[in-house]
Structures are given as structure tokens and as C-alpha cells.
Design a protein around this ligand. Structure first.
Ligand SMILES: C[S@@+](CC[C@H](N)C(=O)[O-])C[C@H]1O[C@@H](n2cnc3c(N)ncnc32)[C@H](O)[C@@H]1O
Length: 280
């Protein structure tokens, strides 16, 4: 869902907020932890997002809020709450049909062939930056639809991760409205969802059982190094918020976590994906 920007106000004018050096420090803090980078021109967006947390804490100024993020006892919890505010979670089911076409026609056949040679008929997928779950549930439906065709005799698991606690909670609940489902056919809705009324559908047990959700910060090296053995990694519309240095670091982790012949897609598929292939 798109973030609604600028609802709460700290009382300061946008220009004053924009130029307050405290926002530069908050920007650097967020960048260091998450890789998300706000350029000088975009600092007004950051101040708008901070304003929600400032309103919740009844904090009036950016320097005071910076203190909450750096020196107060609950600074780690506050930073996590701020990250929940600043990430942009726009997503919906079947958002990238071209990506699924590539998976069906090019990528899966290649990987199935390679893994058949070693008689390992199991596939591991990772949706990194899965937001509220629409992308991994789409992948799960795609795989289930191939279960008796291309994937007959194969098993798989899907790891779906994000930084945002609220998004992960929504993903685990699996309740979606028309916005999220607008590209999903009636057939798939009937097969993989329960009707909750009020135009809301909930993912059924079969679909839920395909996924494992976890909170993984893509900039947290200590967690990233332990995601080995992946065949296919999707990281769509996530690294667009990162600067080049952080992008490189994350893509290097993807590469190290891929099986030989594995592949990761980490750009915006609508604009031609960048694919990282592990040729090892
Ligand atoms: C625009 S959504 C993309 C959702 C989905 N991949 C898609 O393409 O439809 C971007 C997601 O990246 C997540 N994100 C941003 N920075 C992250 C980080 N450092 N670690 C993990 N997830 C991050 C956000 O929380 C958000 O849910």
C-alpha cells in the first residue's frame, strides 16, 4: 500500500524541517541500518515520515526526536518503529507477469535441468522485500499450478522476508482486498482463497503452507550470510531505494547465497530486470 505522506505535522515549516541538520543525522542513521538513502532533495519525505512517530511520542522538534533514536534507552525499538513508517510497501498480486513468463519459459527449465543431473528435486525460492506478501503468494500460486506439469516430482520452499514488522504481520494474516487481487483470476481466487465477505479474501491453508515469513534486513550482514542454498531470489522494487554502495553489498550477498546455476532478479522487472546468475 502506498504511504500517505505528510499527515501529521511537527509544527515546523517544511523548509525548516528540510534544512534542520537533525534530519541529516536521522537520514544517515537510517542509511547505516537499512541501506535506504534519502538524497538532499528527498529529505522532506523523511521529515514527513518522522512526523508520525514524533506525533506519537509528542515530540516537537527534530533534534529531540534524534535524541529518542540515539541516546534514549528504547532507541532500538524506536528505530524499528521508524523503519516501519519509512519503507514503501506498494505491491499487488501478479504485478510482474513478464517475470513469471521468464520463470516458466527460461529460468525454471534451466534450473530443473541442472538439478536433475544431481538428482536433487527440491527448489528453494526467496522473495526478499516481500512487503505484505502479494509477491510470494503469487509465486506460490504459480508453482502450485505447475505442480502436475513442469514441477511434477519436485518439491520447493519459499522464504519471504521484509524489514517492516507491520507488512509481515499483514502477510502472515493473508487477508487482501480488491486492490491486491485485481490481477488475479476468478479461478485462482476460488482455488487458493477463502471468502471473508466485504470483498475481502484470505489465503487458504494450502497457499499459506507454501511460505515461511521472516524479518530480514537486507543490510544486516550477520543474517544475510546465512541464507545459503537458494535457487531463485526475487528482490523487486526494493533496491531502488538504496544507493549504489548498499545495492552492491546486497547483490553480492544474493550471489553468495545462490546455488550454482541459481539466479536472482533484483531490479524493476517492468524496466528489464537485472539478473545475477551464479555460474559456479
Ligand atoms: C515497493 S515494496 C516491493 C514489494 C514487492 N517486492 C513487489 O515488487 O511487489 C519494497 C519493500 O522493500 C522493503 N525493504 C526496504 N528496505 C529493506 C531492507 N533494508 N531490508 C528488507 N526489506 C526492505 C520494504 O519494507 C518494502 O516492503
Amino acid at each position: 500500500m502506498p504511504l500517505e505522506i505528510g499527515k501529521a505535522s511537527t509544527g515546523a515549516s517544511p523548509q525548516a524541517e528540510k534544512t534542520d541538520p537533525a534530519y541529516l543525522k536521522i537520514r544517515d542513521l537510517i542509511y547505516g541500518i537499512s541501506g535506504i538513502y534519502y538524497s538532499e532533495e528527498k529529505l522532506y519525505l523523511l521529515s514527513s515520515r518522522c512526523s508520525r512517530r514524533m506525533a506519537a511520542l509528542e515530540v516537537a522538534t527534530a533534534p529531540e526526536y534524534l535524541e529518542h533514536l540515539t541516546t534514549r534507552g528504547n532507541r532500538d525499538a524506536e528505530l524499528r518503529l521508524l523503519l516501519n513508517e519509512i519503507t514503501i510497501g506498494e505491491t499487488y498480486m501478479f504485478r510482474h507477469p513478464a517475470q513469471l513468463d521468464a520463470l516458466r519459459n527460461v529460468i525454471l527449465p534451466q534450473i530443473l535441468q541442472i538439478k536433475s543431473l544431481i538428482s536433487l528435486k527440491r527448489l528453494r525460492f526467496w522473495c526478499a522485500g516481500c512487503s505484505t506478501g502479494e509477491e510470494p503468494y503469487t509465486l506460490a500460486m504459480f508453482l502450485l499450478e505447475e505442480k502436475d506439469k513442469m514441477l511434477a516430482g519436485w518439491t520447493w520452499d519459499i522464504l519471504a522476508t521484509d524489514l517492516n514488522d507491520n507488512s509481515l504481520e499483514t502477510a502472515r494474516a493473508g487477508i487482501y482486498g480488491e486492490y491486491a487481487l485485481r490481477n488475479s483470476s476468478d479461478l485462482l481466487r476460488r482455488k487458493y482463497f477463502k471468502d471473508l465477505g466485504d470483498k475481502r479474501l484470505q489465503t487458504n491453508d494450502l497457499l499459506k503452507s507454501q511460505l515461511r515469513f521472516d524479518r530480514i534486513n537486507l543490510s544486516d550482514d550477520s543474517k544475510m550470510i546465512f541464507q545459503k542454498g537458494m535457487d531463485i531470489i526475487f528482490c523487486c522494487n526494493v533496491l531502488i531505494y538504496f544507493d549504489l554502495t548498499s545495492k552492491r553489498r546486497v547483490v553480492q550477498h544474493f550471489y553468495s547465497n545462490l546455488m550454482p546455476g541459481g539466479i536472482s532478479s533484483w531490479a524493476m522487472p517492468s524496466r528489464c530486470s537485472r539478473w545475477t546468475i551464479h555460474f559456479g
